[in-house]
Design a protein around this ligand. Structure first.
Ligand code: EPZ
Length: 438
């Protein structure tokens, strides 16, 4: 397991580039299965999640060529075949993406075997919405010790789906199944994140008929055949915001090429309220601390889009340890997303987590024994420590904390960061960080 040695206490400054969103690219790759024609996806980052889904598609007979230098993926799903339980099992725990293969494989083969899922340990990560939705389309779903087996001997029928919570994954599941189901599908309570809208754009290019109405209602008219697509993935707004928070936390100045204001409006408002400043040009956003250099505490609640994204909160919490006063963060999307604060406390941060909902939003985790609210008191000087990465976004935050801390830190388990941040080490070096992989 790689250990990153960080000599902190220096501002990050310079320019980096973000490419396609980790939370869209693998879904578009899965969507290619819905057609026998070749598809092309551009602005694809060289990250582990792309590798994992490539292997899973290869297993089912899809040829995938990735030209990493230009970031273009070519997918050839002409010959799709079933994979054995043993073969699929090797992908158990790899990511959350396999669950999205259900609809496309049922349309192509009439059956599917899906391994147990992976993904960051930030909550239970149940798939009950997914299973319920697939059964509504007419799929037979059998849970097995190592995953699930599905059949649709009579094909799939359009249906009405009402999600109890605007789940991104369950919305993608419904879209990827509805586009070739017979008849109309109406999805209520849908997630409407920019990554979802980009997946809708991909499916529309393939020939799907999808309308996104007001109040989170999506309607799909199923079609017999779909074509290949040619698409440029939207930029990764989570990575862009992660580097923006790194600029705040270290008192630096980072230009993120590829960042798109439209996808980051809520983040930019919070960034400015905390005391950050930014300049927006055609194809980049320059993030830095405001002229007076001080950071201000805030009250923040994460939420589904267009709210403040749950994946934005971890790196921002590191910056809040340097803000004057008490900040309150109420995490309403995942029940267990403050695990990373333990390491920050060991570095000198004053962070207390609570089971109560510290915010006005209706939250599913109130009084259920989940530590999903945090109070951060600042500013507190951070000092280097030996810390271990808990998950992807928490891992990025650990490195930011080490960069903001005075002295040397050793961050172990940094490999996980490559799942979602392309060329992570190269970017740190480009931003003048004093780091060494050991
Ligand atoms: C996607 O996860 C992203 N991952 C997450 O990013 C992101 O945080 C999340 O959406 C919310 O925006 C990918 O796209 C690969 P959900 P997903 O279904 O689809 C509950 C990152 O670091 N739920 O919207 O798994 C669930 O427990 C990752 O990039 C059910 O109860 O998220 C959670 O509380 C982290 N039953 C809430 O919904 C279900 O069947 C949101 O989950 C499904 C979800």
């Amino acid at each position: 397991m790689s250990v990153l040695r960080v000599n902190g206490g220096r501002p990050l400054h310079g320019e980096i580039t973000v490419r396609g969103a980790k939370n869209l690219v693998p879904k578009a790759m899965v969507a290619s299965l819905l057609s026998a024609e070749t598809s092309q996806l551009a602005s694809v980052p060289d990250i582990r999640d792309v590798e994992v889904v490539t292997k899973l598609l290869n297993l089912h007979g899809v040829e995938v060529d990735f030209n990493k230098s230009v970031g273009v993926l070519t997918l050839r799903p002409a010959e799709v075949h079933a994979a054995s339980v043993e073969e699929v099992d090797q992908h158990a725990g790899s990511s959350r993406i396999p669950i999205l293969l259900c609809g496309p494989l049922l349309h192509r083969l009439g059956k599917a075997v899906i391994p147990n899922l992976g993904g960051c340990d930030i909550g239970g990560r149940p798939i009950d919405f997914h299973i319920a939705t697939l059964r509504k389309f007419g799929a037979e779903v059998e849970k097995l010790p190592h995953g699930i087996e599905l059949r649709a001997p009579n094909g799939l029928e359009g249906t009405k789906v009402e999600l109890p919570y605007p789940s991104v994954g369950a919305t993608e599941q419904t879209l990827l199944t509805a586009v070739r189901a017979r008849g109309i599908t109406e999805l209520r309570g849908a997630a409407v994140e920019p990554e979802i809208m980009d997946l809708v754009a991909v499916l529309q290019k393939m020939g799907a008929i999808i309308s996104v109405d007001t109040d989170r209602v999506i309607r799909v008219e199923g079609v017999e055949e779909l074509r290949g697509f040619n698409h440029v993935a939207l930029p990764d707004r989570i990575e862009a915001a992660s580097w923006a928070s790194a600029a705040l936390a270290t008192g630096g100045d980072i230009t993120v090429r590829g960042a798109r204001q439209a996808d980051m409006m809520t983040f930019l408002n919070v960034f400015r309220k905390v005391g950050g400043d930014f300049d927006i040009t055609e194809d980049a956003i320059r993030f830095r601390r405001g002229s007076d250099g001080d950071l201000r505490s805030i009250v923040l609640e994460t939420n589904v889009h267009p709210g403040f994204m749950t994946d934005w909160q971890q790196p921002l919490v590191v910056a809040l340890t340097q803000a004057e006063g008490l900040s309150i963060v109420h995490e309403t999307v995942y029940e267990n997303r403050f695990g990373f604060t333990e390491a920050l406390r060991r570095m000198g941060a004053k962070i207390q987590v609570y089971r109560e909902c510290l915010g006005g939003l209706q939250c599913r985790f109130g009084a259920r024994n989940f530590y999903h609210s945090a109070v951060i008191s600042g500013p507190t000087p951070l000092t280097g420590a030996d810390i271990d990465v808990p998950d992807l976004r928490g891992g990025f935050s650990h490195v930011v904390a080490a960069l903001a801390a005075s002295g040397v830190s050793h961050v172990s388990g940094v490999d996980i960061i490559n799942r979602g941040y392309e060329n992570f080490m190269e970017k740190l070096v480009a931003l003048d960080a004093d780091v060494e992989l050991q």
